[in-house]
Design a protein around this ligand. Sequence first.
Ligand code: PEP
Length: 259
Amino acid sequence: MTKRRKTIGGNWKMNLDRKGSIALAEKLASEADTESLDLCIYPALPWLDGVAGVLGGAASPIRLGAQNFYGKSNGSFTGEISLEMLRDIDCQMVLVGHSERRHKLGEPDVLVNQKLLTALDGGFDVTLCIGETLKQREADQTDAVNTAQLCYGLAGVSSQQLAQVTIAYEPVWAIGTGESATPEDAASAHAAIRRYMEFAYGAEAAAAIRIQYGGSVKPDNAADFFAQEDIDGALVGGASLEAEDFLQIIRLAASADGN
Ligand code: PEP
């Protein structure tokens, strides 16, 4: 089994108020064991600065991530925030291609790719989310959809820049629905993703890149995902809003085989 450090993300989406976000960040900062894994939290935008204050800057063992950004450094872009602004508050990671931005807000592959390239150029680490809809799954198109989203999403990304990228496989039908993929189905999709990465970037890069599973990960199913060879952690939505659930998922990742 190739040893890759597990990586866990907590995507808080448009949830929690300021007080709740700070309290959750404080609890994670004092109780999450990050020695053997990477942990990043993505609070809602207005609370990023407050959470940054809790985490204590760029050297924090818990990384601060942004759910969204705009790919220009400054200027007349009403309502948007730039990577420069995020860097100013020690934000180090960004999500791109999340299914809610693709499917609810209409972000196309070309924008996903532009954002990813801008973030990499700006020195950010990026989690690229990909995944099929239920209709695509039922038509047996899971691997084809993932491959296409990787191909478009990573266009123009060099082998060196790939070290800044994590992939999150998140079947759209499993996000926030309580219905997760089976660990075996997820493992099969992850293996296909890694095969594509080998084709595109070579065996060494494919073995090194980390692929998170996302879609209704909970304390009672997380261990089964982490036991799969090609699953290197999880991007967690709903369960990352509950301190005890998220801490338990982090513990399970830390104690999984391969760590
Ligand atoms: C997500 O939003 O990335 C996600 C996986 O959500 P949930 O865990 O709630 O399905």
